[in-house]
Ligand binder design. Sequence first.
Ligand code: GLU
Length: 372
Amino acid sequence: MKPDLRQFRRVVLKVGSALLVDRARGRLNHAWLAALAEDIADLHARGADVLVVSSGAIAMGRTVLGLAPGPLKLEESQAAAAVGQIALARTWAEVLAHHGITAGQILVTLADTEQRRRYLNARATTLKLLEMRAVPVVNENDTVATSEIRYGDNDRLAARVATMIGADLLVLFSDVDGLYTAPPASDPGAQHIPVVERITPAIEAMAGGAASELSRGGMRTKIEAGKIAAAGGTHMVIADGRTKNPLKHVADGGRCTWFLTPSNPVTARKTWIAGALEPRGILYVDEGATRALQGGASLLPVGVRRIEGVFARGDAVTIRDEHRILGRGLVAYDVDDASRIIGRPSREIEAILGYPGRTEMIHRDDMALNGE
Ligand code: GLU
């Protein structure tokens, strides 16, 4: 059974270069983009949070710079990205402003989504933009990322961003309408697959490796994205972006491939915090804090009595009282700063540390209590 698009509350849309940039002229496909902006505005008006992961910086920049067709050297694609990203961001801001929506540009590197300290920052900024009803427009920071520390394709980047912000749906707009049992261009017997319940080796084998010159990701990176999404509790759909109003097309039951997950973002995140990370320290909390945590509150510095271990902001720590372990969380401070503010009210944090840190020692969303 296919999910209904209207059921989703936080949606990430990934738009590929081949859709955004008209190959022949190397310019943006304005009419198409304007129609997509209508779809985004509809979703947004219904109350959903929307985030766009947009490629196209390199594709646009290479035209402006007059670079010859064919593969680019790393420095060339970085220079092209520097030129193209400005135009790309301005275009998104304009097409969304037409619907009264504010856009915010976020350029991320692999480390921003993989290293826990930076992950917390990227997540907090993005969530704040969504809370303010802006539409974040995300791309990889291609100008500084070198090949070893790059995603290189926006499919996996979009999946990481989607799970990072707890999106319940990731839509990958592509130049195909989903996954087939074999490459549809070369195999007339290829059959379209409408729903993938689980990514098995057989599904992976169908993906092959093809990618076009403008977009880096082929079906294989989309399947990788699907794995990341499923583990993070995010459903994913691969849809043909070439139609006008492509999101409406999906909503109206148009052909696409759904990748389902049995989990949801909140459960998946709690499982990740509770199990995947090695705790670097222990926070001993007082009775008042224990009660507050069990009532669903965040952990404030004032409720922490003492600290053990050596940890950095974003690391996992064990939360316990004198009798038992209560759970785990991602701590918002390095051990040195944490030690200075424990037992103190949050309004004193700035005076003690010299900067306005987070109110919470561990935010509720970054915590998994036992039995939750
Ligand atoms: N970040 C690249 C760009 O904006 C695109 C990567 C991709 O196509 O997946 O040009």
